[in-house]
Design a protein around this ligand. Structure first.
Ligand SMILES: Cc1ncc(COP(=O)(O)O)c(C=O)c1O
Length: 432
């Protein structure tokens, strides 16, 4: 018998802080013991306890083609067999940058790094170096990784800079960050009116995925772009989730936006660690060794990660799974919304393509304040009901679920049948 998840978690807590290498994996917001996975194939993941789950977390986004897609695994194995890292330039990274540039023309130049956090951290430094200004605007509920500048939330007043959300982040750093409500262009304009000469960048997830799924209202991103441009502020779009998620390009290309810089991660690494930032050559050329903004990485542009990314993006371009993802996303969200209506539950599930969030609240969610009206206890009950029935969702209310190209109509039918049972039994217990 394999050790159980509970046994692994107990051992882990002695040698890994909180037993996890990334906090949300601890199940703190849903309770219970995290499940230890040992294997994945297509849409299925298998735990050390001998259970099988249909996965809607997809490693938090990278696995748009599902687990262990053979072409991607072959590319990884072949690259690894040739040597896992050289610390030199490699032909593959040139091919990859050219591919990204072709599919996302606003990426005139790209620099590869090792994670989304690193991409965003570098983009912020680059924006400050390029504009020779210090301050940035970010949005409540958006997550951009764990660099100091981004671990800041709204302070008591919009116009005085933010407060740190993590011990160890200097208040001086937080004071250089203004945090405004998502979808509130008026608040952005007010900060810009007072601080325009000090503002280096506005950074945003063009579709927010870290307070649950929250979409930009019509004209909001275009408005931001205009305010940024008119004031010499760089617009940084964090497309770590949305890049290659909704089409074989970025969300901004699909929406005809013109960001100055774009951050990528997740899908572009095909399940291997990667991040990337790119944009106008005039700005990118401020990075070392061309310019004075320093950035470097022992494993940046790692040949194995790049091989996985190349294989993934080429498959996405060739197979165009996006209409299918949107169809399944609609089916899942329509199905849950119909159940909510039938049972008069405070639940609604928006989707965009294959991204979705079952929000346990009744109103539409358009910013962090409305997201926070969700009943997180009800979500936890739903999460565990689904887990018991063999469905793995992201273990927190304010996250997004992902449908992958490996999911079928049948997977969604099964998800909906399990959701119907879960909603019935959890409402009967008074948990919803
Ligand atoms: C929008 C966004 N930006 C940045 C990051 C950070 O990426 P990473 O976890 O690869 O550092 C994330 C991670 O979830 C993200 O969702």
């Amino acid at each position: 018998m394999n050790p159980t998840s509970a046994e692994f978690f107990e051992r882990a807590r002695k040698v890994i802080p909180g037993g996890v290498n990334s906090p949300v994996r601890a199940f703190n917001s849903v309770g219970g013991t995290p499940v230890y996975m040992t294997r994945g194939h297509g849409t299925r993941i298998f735990s050390t306890d001998g259970r099988e789950y249909i996965d809607f977390c997809a490693s938090w986004g990278p696995l748009i083609l599902g687990h262990a897609r053979p072409e991607v695994i072959e590319a990884i194995s072949a690259a690894a067999a040739e040597g896992t890292t050289f610390g030199t330039n490699t032909p593959r990274e040139v091919e990859f940058a050219e591919l990204l540039h072709r599919l996302v023309p606003s990426l005139e130049m790209v620099r590869l790094v090792n994670s989304g956090t690193e991409a965003v951290m570098t983009a912020i430094r680059l924006a400050r170096g390029f504009t020779r200004r210090r301050k940035i605007i970010k949005f409540e509920g958006c997550y951009h990784g764990h660099a100091d500048y981004l671990l800041v939330s709204a302070g008591s007043g919009l116009l005085t800079g933010g407060i740190t959300t993590s011990a160890g982040v200097s208040q001086t750093v937080a004071e250089e960050v203004f945090v405004v409500p998502y979808n509130n262009l008026g608040a952005v304009k007010e900060v810009v009116r007072r601080h325009n000469k000090d503002l280096a960048a506005i950074i945003i997830e063009p579709v927010a995925g870290n307070m649950g799924l929250v979409q930009p209202q019509p004209g909001f991103l275009q408005g931001l772009q205009k305010v940024a441009r008119n004031n010499g502020i760089l617009l940084i779009l964090d497309e770590v989730i949305t890049g290659f998620r909704l089409g074989p390009t970025t969300y901004s290309m699909m929406e005809k936006l013109q960001p100055d810089l774009t951050c990528l991660g997740k899908i572009i690494g095909g399940g291997m660690p990667i991040g990337g930032l790119g944009g106008r050559a005039e700005i990118m050329n401020h990075l070392a060794p061309m310019g004075a903004v320093y950035q470097a990485g022992t494993l940046s542009g790692n040949p194995v990660a790049v091989a996985a990314g190349l294989a993934t993006i080429k498959l996405l371009e060739k197979e165009n799974p996006y209409p299918g993802l949107a169809r399944l996303g609609k089916k899942l969200s329509d199905g849950l919304n119909a159940m909510a209506k039938k049972r008069t539950l405070a639940l609604h599930c928006p989707h965009l393509g294959g991204i979705f969030t079952p929000f346990f609240c009744s109103g539409p969610v358009h910013d962090l304040t409305t997201a926070k009206t969700a009943n997180t206890k009800a979500f936890a009950a739903f999460f565990h009901g689904m887990l018991q029935r063999g469905f793995y969702l992201p273990p927190a209310q304010f996250e997004v679920g992902f449908i992958s190209a490996a999911h079928t109509e049948n997977d969604i039918d099964r998800f909906l049948a399990a959701a119907d049972e879960t909603l019935a039994s959890e409402s009967a217990k008074g948990n919803l």
